[in-house]
Ligand binder design. Structure first.
Ligand code: ATP
Length: 612
């Protein structure tokens, strides 16, 4: 492992570990939180590894993404002394054996809570919101009644729970686990004995109830202890413990170094937040770097739902190319593009039709969110299994294809129904499937491929997917009001008719194989040159309003508190990825006034702002 000079915070963390005291590290971007976390994990192994292994105890590190899990695991040599896992994965593995307790948590707390939330949205009237909430509350009440006869539960790794099928989705796993840990001293004791050291990375994005439950687990003097690492300003999800803290008597450990960014980028970060002022603490102190903000004047969006027309997108894109050319960034390597403007990413990468479908009239907010996160039930089979399979086959990666099938396909599950079939027969099947798939991929539709996969039992077909494939096509013309609750059918029908070309680029984008990223995908990453493109219009959500947050006067009003927090935090996360040069493009309907406002706020210097 690369050893870096220990910082003051590293010494404080070590002292906490020696004293068996919980702690929480609060520090800005690029301050080496993840680095300190990994070195603390390594130090515990050096000091106590033998003893822990003898006692069959393990060190836990939960982190935010599967990618972070891989990075931390590899830095520690894939040692099974550690459990390095996403929060969902870890919590589920701890509770999954306790079926009666899971059922009890759902019955006593989780489902009643969800019903109450729906009821609060139902004013008894006939509005779409009230009707949807009523239907959902009724469905949940049915689920509650039927729960007693559900024999067991599985985690279905999606946003949806299907209680009567015993399937629990992401949000429920978190809530059920937090409830069970908080409610059961026995469970806390079992976990505490197994895991004397528990670390949480990206603590600001951990759910509040989980922080509370873990703090209860570690509230007594001595082991187990918990160590959180995070930055309140990098909280980019809702309902999370932004201002997290350890249990009572835990130690707050600040870090003011920045080892990543150039001097100019750090100056911007310091102007952006007042709670932490960083200084360049490593080789970066010698790198001046550069920051340029280009404000591009745009017109009011001309398309329905406050979106750009194709001509406007064309023009916005052209002006962006222009800026890149003038900075000498056109064709330059090692640039990471961070766009909040999905419409533009989709256009540039070539999946506009898919994007328009999932942000158009047939898409509920949930469908849109799921599409953006790569979680939609109709797209996930492609992301997880189908497209990777085609890709592996085109790369002639036989081993990769078999791995994908073994991990995803019931027909190839090493413990499944075909486990005892001769290897040679299974190999032949793989060959047939791959050749069929390759043939179909260029010529057939989404529906054809999904049907083929279902027929051959290649992907676990969720109930919703099966229902969509089995249902008759919707023949009647779509009516926004009348079909509000069933619009997903029209969405599915339109998707079924699409070819696979756009799906392929979408999958590449979601898998982070393009130079484009959404800002959410770059947490924890760093790149030499970063281009951030921000535009409230293309974002198509109400979550953010960059114009109102950064330039309220020229944008015609203040953002909501929530918009301000999310916009500021997301901008901070993006800006702080740059090691050397940062370029920001912001579309504005009042560019000249926006410039004056930004200068007044001293966020940028006059030399750093261009108006085009
Ligand atoms: N003590 C150190 N000495 C020199 N370089 C360091 C040190 N600690 C971290 N770094 C380097 O600084 C960069 C940022 O570190 P790291 O990713 O751990 O920061 P972070 O606080 O987790 O960042 P963020 O919150 O922005 O994702 C990395 O390139 C890392 O190698």
């Amino acid at each position: 492992m690369k050893t870096l000079k220990a910082t003051k915070a590293d010494h404080q963390i070590q002292a906490c570990i020696n004293e068996q005291q919980s702690f929480y590290v609060i520090a800005g971007a690029g301050s080496g939180k993840t680095t300190s976390l990994i070195s603390a994990l390594d130090n515990i192994r050096n000091q106590h590894g033998k003893h822990l292994r003898r006692e069959a105890q393990r060190i836990v590190c939960v982190t935010y993404t599967k990618r972070a899990v891989a990075v931390i695991s590899s830095r520690l040599g894939w040692d099974d002394l550690y459990i390095i896992s996403t929060l969902h994965g870890f919590l589920w593995s701890e509770i999954k054996r306790f079926t009666p307790s899971i059922r009890k948590a759902l019955q006593e707390k989780i489902i009643p809570g969800r019903i109450a939330k729906q009821r609060a949205d139902d004013d008894g009237g006939k509005s779409k919101k009230a009707l949807t909430a009523r239907t959902k509350a009724e469905q949940l009440a049915q689920d509650l009644l039927g729960l007693a006869s559900v024999p067991s539960f599985t985690y279905n790794d999606s946003n949806f729970s299907n209680y009567l099928q015993g399937e629990i989705g992401h949000e429920d796993v978190i809530d059920v686990a937090a409830y069970m840990i908080a409610a059961s001293p026995q469970l806390r004791k079992i976990m505490g004995q197994k895991y004397p050291y528990i670390f949480v990375d990206e603590a600001q994005d951990t759910q509040e109830n989980v922080v509370e439950a873990l703090n209860m687990l570690c509230q007594n003097p001595g082991l187990p202890i918990i160590g959180y690492f995070g930055d309140p300003m990098q909280q980019i999800y809702d309902k999370r413990a932004g201002d997290f803290k350890g249990p009572a008597d835990s130690m707050r450990i600040p870090k003011e170094e920045n080892f990543r960014c150039s001097v100019n980028v750090i100056n911007l970060l310091n102007a952006f937040r007042k709670d932490i002022q960083q200084f360049p603490a490593g080789k970066n102190a010698d790198i001046e770097g550069s920051v340029i903000l280009r404000l591009i004047q745009t017109d009011k969006p001309g398309a329905p739902r406050g979106r750009y027309t194709p001509e406007q997108i064309e023009s916005a894109s052209y002006k962006l190319d222009d800026a890149m050319a003038q900075w000498g960034w056109k064709g330059k390597e090692k640039i990471k593009h961070l766009y909040l403007v999905r419409q533009m990413i989709a256009r540039r990468l070539g999946f506009s039709d898919l994007h328009n479908l999932f942000t158009g009239d047939y898409a509920s907010t949930r469908a849109q969110d799921d599409y953006e996160n790569g979680e939609h039930y109709l797209l996930k089979p492609f992301i997880v299994c189908l497209y990777p399979l085609v890709k592996a086959s085109r790369a002639k990666d036989g081993r990769g294809m078999i791995d994908i099938l073994r991990q995803n396909s019931p027909a190839f599950d090493p413990k499944g129904k075909n486990a005892s079939r001769p290897l040679i027969e299974m190999r032949k099947r793989v060959d047939t499937i791959i050749s069929d798939l390759n043939e179909m991929w260029d010529a057939k539709t989404v529906e054809d491929i999904l049907r083929y996969f279902r027929k051959n039992d290649l992907y676990p077909a969720s109930k919703r997917l099966v229902e969509s494939l089995d249902r008759n096509r919707r023949e009647e013309p779509f009516d926004v009001e009348k079909h509000a609750l069933e619009k997903g059918d029209w969405l599915a029908d339109a998707l079924f008719d699409m070819g696979l070309e756009e799906i392929a680029t979408y999958c590449e984008f979601i898998d982070d194989n393009t130079e484009f990223s959404t800002q959410h995908g770059v947490k924890g990453e760093e790149y030499e040159s970063v281009l951030v493109v921000i535009d409230d219009v293309g974002s198509a959500w109400n979550n953010y309003s960059f114009a109102k947050t950064l330039t309220p006067k020229s944008a015609g009003g203040e953002p909501t508190d929530r918009q301000r927090r999310l916009s500021n935090n997301l901008a901070y996360v993006c800006f702080s990825r740059a090691e050397k040069d940062l370029r920001i493009v912001m579309y504005s309907q009042n560019a000249a006034a926006a410039k004056l406002e930004l200068l007044e706020k001293k966020l940028f210097t006059a030399a750093q702002i261009e108006v085009a």
